[in-house]
Design a protein around this ligand. Sequence first.
Ligand SMILES: Cc1cc2nc3c(=O)[nH]c(=O)nc-3n(C[C@H](O)[C@H](O)[C@H](O)COP(=O)(O)OP(=O)(O)OC[C@H]3O[C@@H](n4cnc5c(N)ncnc54)[C@H](O)[C@@H]3O)c2cc1C
Length: 504
Amino acid sequence: MNKSADVIVIGSGIGGLTAAALLQERGISTLVFEKNRVPGGSCSSFQREGYCFDAGASVFYGFGENDKSGTLNLHTRIFRKLGIEVPTIHDPVQIHYHLPNGFTVPASYDRQKFLDALISRFPHEREGIGKFYRELDDVYDILSSLPAGSLEDIVHLATVGSTYPVKTMALALKTFRSMGKTARRYIHDEELLHFIDIEAYSWAVQDAIATPLVNAGICLADRHYGGINYPVGGSGAIPRALCKSIEQSGGRICYQSEVSSILVENGEARGVKLADGQEHYAKAVISNATVWDTFNRLINDSRYKVDESKFLRAPSWFQLYLGVDASVIPEGFYVHHILVDDWSNYNKPGGTIYFSAPTMLDPSLAPPGKHIVHAFVTSEVDLWEQHDKGNGEYRHAKEAFADSIIARTESILPGLSKAIELKILATPLTHQRYLNRFKGSYGPLLKPGQNILQKPQNTTRVKNLFAAGDSTFPGQGVIAVTYSGVSCASYIARQFGKPLDELK
Ligand SMILES: Cc1cc2nc3c(=O)[nH]c(=O)nc-3n(C[C@H](O)[C@H](O)[C@H](O)COP(=O)(O)OP(=O)(O)OC[C@H]3O[C@@H](n4cnc5c(N)ncnc54)[C@H](O)[C@@H]3O)c2cc1C
């Protein structure tokens, strides 16, 4: 068998690319196969008529740099290690929330400003607010002091456990706790508890009770330390930088190259077969596809099938990519927004509108005098499969649904519908097709009460087949899948006898 590389990576999402870049930098050769023309998956950019849209992600953690920014800063540390620069623009507000009963609050970088804004709405909860958000800071503080590595790597675990015994034990205990239950220890006001729910839902697509405290401690504390920073040129700048590093150090990325199956012999991954019939072999394979796609589609062996009921499947998305006249965006408008009209359906399909205007930070993403508005809501593939594509029904349904989202968004941006000059709509079917994701899902979620450590790690039941991306620990989000890429690479590198250096 001719070996194409030491490690083959299926998919150029951030999880797969991070693993490939770190392995390649360590001298372990990598070959990435990506079905699309551009890298990045849900964190890619695409161009239309002079606009550069973020396909999905646009709120970015992990780029902190100064001494106030804490120590997580995984992107900064990875790009420093790879010798690649990714310039970013600081975003002073993570999300501006627009909630029922006229309740609005910006989640400012300045922690005290954010807490003061909450306290001014809920003065009777001053003490509870302080105690709850301090719990999140405590988690952040522990995580900040521990080096990134694989939880399956005994050497890494033993080193961390013996160097930081108290913090490791404290963290282990916190993995059993839920964000929502912790909030309820300190907070009783129903509206404030709804706010805690939307704080979780904004990135976890689950309410606070179902969200592990440890995950919340990363996202909702780090926004005040490392902060939110937007890459110049849009989300695609992150995967492009990872690809540049892979290629500069001798790795290869093949675009428009869909993997149709993983070659498994006697319980061991040997390589991959592409849709055009080519076969490539390697010592190890990393799948950046979802857990369902990897085991129920790419591996044709019923022994490895993953039962759908094993995880909750997060919904997919309906997205609007709008090019708008700049006059519709008021001066001082924040970049990221969440809009809930009614608490009774914020977590139902379409209940919460997420929208962002990244051109507020990087005007080069749109033609002069224009802005981007990227709006999206949760939705399901099944709702869109019912519509006939042949007779215009699907297109009409898309337009009608988009109009309803635009009309709701007008409560924040009056005149939006009249300011649109370019409108691109993507349903869950687009998401499924473009990203090869089962039912276009945002990924598997833990069931309420499950411990975060029950998320699949990087090793799988197939020898030498590894997983990276949002189906693995710690979960969804660009910084989370970056962590999964780091832990995957560090596990494989140690297996290859070339352990990774600690990221500094
Ligand atoms: C609408 C939306 C908004 C989001 N907003 C944010 C945000 O603001 N901040 C944030 O941090 N996160 C956000 N996220 C989540 C974040 O983007 C994802 O969790 C993360 O990017 C997923 O990375 P991944 O490594 O799992 O791979 P993916 O992004 O899923 O990419 C996988 C890649 O593999 C390729 N692939 C799959 N199968 C094959 C195959 N068989 N052969 C070849 N190639 C294959 C796909 O084409 C794709 O390029 C958002 C996601 C969405 C959808």
